[in-house]
Design a protein around this ligand. Structure first.
Ligand SMILES: NC(=O)c1ccc[n+]([C@@H]2O[C@H](COP(=O)([O-])OP(=O)(O)OC[C@H]3O[C@@H](n4cnc5c(N)ncnc54)[C@H](O)[C@@H]3O)[C@@H](O)[C@H]2O)c1
Length: 404
């Protein structure tokens, strides 16, 4: 069966998803076909459709409304790349129409939104996958192997991820520290995004640290907006309500502890210190406090000896054997976007759960939310209380805005 796929949301990240589709198509042409693209902005949908014939025979149909797309085209699976506040709206609509769904991180805009997605998938007997590309890449996969299979680093005990960035910031942080006006985007409004870096890029980090250190038990956090910013939306200057700074302590159920802090709101001096420690050594990441450990990290052992993570990656590939390599890096694909969609599509084909389903996505997101909830109440927050919907002060205005 060739899976009939739709792409919903054809903005920034959809380009990386489409490159992923091209890589999968080259390896397994019969697995899927992109039959529809949908974006509220027709020009974006048209651009996405026009790019498809470079890697599949026909262009997909173009839609600007999800309901019309579901009525007008036969679709088996949808890949949702919309702003966060629409993840549950688009996802539930698709699931209720009998369509399997992959949703970009950080799954729902709040826990309640995420529960709607999980419930709709269960009710309709369809797959719900969280699109999470980072843990599937060579760096995190090798780190997981070093910690949990090869045993080189010993038991995971601590992590430090600190970064202050004062220059070279783009996207919603463009002009942040120079006082320049940024063009307004949905990320500037907390009720549309659900939060800034803690749960936007932070969703990746929360997933990776769960992957490496296990479930988090509790968090204490301070989330701050040090910069008083306005962004331009048409003729208006709109206040930015996205944090630029946070500091958090994360306590893992297995006993490890993490210190995670990032600022894009401080002046002048930038620095970074990111290291993932086990009892016998550490993976030292050059500077990324969100998307690591990258393959250009260094592994440093108790005796001070040091080797690039990339060398251990080669050992890992050998240890995997042919079947293992096909499982972790099918057809030699190393790109996380291609790998997440391949996992989603083959989960549908083979009738198995995806690696990161709705619950797994929620548990990663709950770490980020525990940090916001802690900052809101000034208390240490148990991650389980976030998952269960008991810790929800921070999320309340967002839930109210979307009638959740
Ligand atoms: N995996 C990663 O590394 C990564 C990186 C960036 C973004 N993301 C995630 O991807 C998602 C999208 O982010 P982005 O940066 O591409 O945002 P974006 O603003 O560039 O794109 C969102 C698109 O959704 C469209 N849209 C809005 N309302 C719609 C509707 N009702 N129906 C259909 N389309 C609609 C917009 O017109 C826009 O083209 C977010 O969940 C974000 O967190 C993931």
């Amino acid at each position: 069966m060739t899976i009939r796929l739709a792409l919903i949301g054809c903005g920034g990240i959809s380009k990386r998803h489409r490159e992923g589709y091209a890589a999968i198509k080259a390896a397994e042409p019969e697995l899927f076909e992109l039959v529809a693209v949908c974006d509220a902005d027709r020009a974006r949908a048209e651009e996405a459709a026009a790019s498809a014939p470079a890697w599949q025979p026909a262009a997909p149909r173009v839609f600007t409304d999800i309901g019309e797309m579901l009525e007008g085209e036969r679709i088996d699976a949808a890949d949702i790349c919309t702003p966060h506040f629409l993840h549950h709206v688009a996802g539930v609509q698709c699931l209720n129409a009998g369509v399997h769904v992959q949703v970009e991180k950080p799954i729902g805009v709040t826990v309640r939104a995420t529960r709607q997605l999980i419930d709709a998938a269960r009710r309709n007997g369809k797959i719900l996958a969280t699109a999470e590309n980072i843990r599937r890449m060579p760096g995190p996969r090798t780190a997981h192997w070093l910690f949990h299979e090869r045993g080189l680093l010993g038991e995971p005990v601590a992590l430090y991820a600190q970064r202050v960035q004062t220059q070279g910031m783009g996207g919603p942080f463009a002009g942040a520290t120079t006082g320049q006006e940024a063009p307004w985007v949905w990320r500037h409004d907390r009720t549309l995004s659900g939060g800034g870096p803690v749960m936007d890029s932070g969703a990746h980090f929360c997933d990776t640290i769960r992957y490496l250190y296990g479930d988090a038990e509790s968090c204490y956090g301070r989330v701050l907006q040090l910069l008083d910013r306005r962004a331009r939306r048409g003729d208006e200057l709109v206040p930015v309500t996205m944090e630029d700074t946070f500091m958090a302590t994360i306590n893992f159920a297995g006993g490890a502890v993490g210190s995670w802090s990032v600022s894009r709101g401080l002046p002048g001096h930038s620095f970074a210190a990111v290291a993932y420690y086990g009892r016998e050594g550490a993976i030292v990441e050059p500077n990324d406090a969100f998307h690591g450990p990258r393959i250009n990290s260094q592994v440093v052992l108790r005796d001070g000896t040091s080797r690039p993570l990339a060398e251990y990656y080669r050992e890992y590939l050998e240890a995997l054997g042919e079947n293992g390599r096909q499982r972790m890096f099918p057809h030699g694909i190393e790109d996380g976007f291609a790998l997440e969609t391949y996992d989603f599509l083959t989960a549908i084909r083979d009738g198995r759960p995806p690696e990161i389903d709705g619950e797994e996505g929620l548990r990663a997101k709950a770490i980020a939310l525990a940090i916001y909830e802690s900052s809101t109440t000034g208390q240490v927050v148990r991650v389980e209380d976030v998952v269960a919907g008991r810790a929800c002060e921070y999320q309340r205005p967002i839930d109210e805005r979307w009638g959740l």
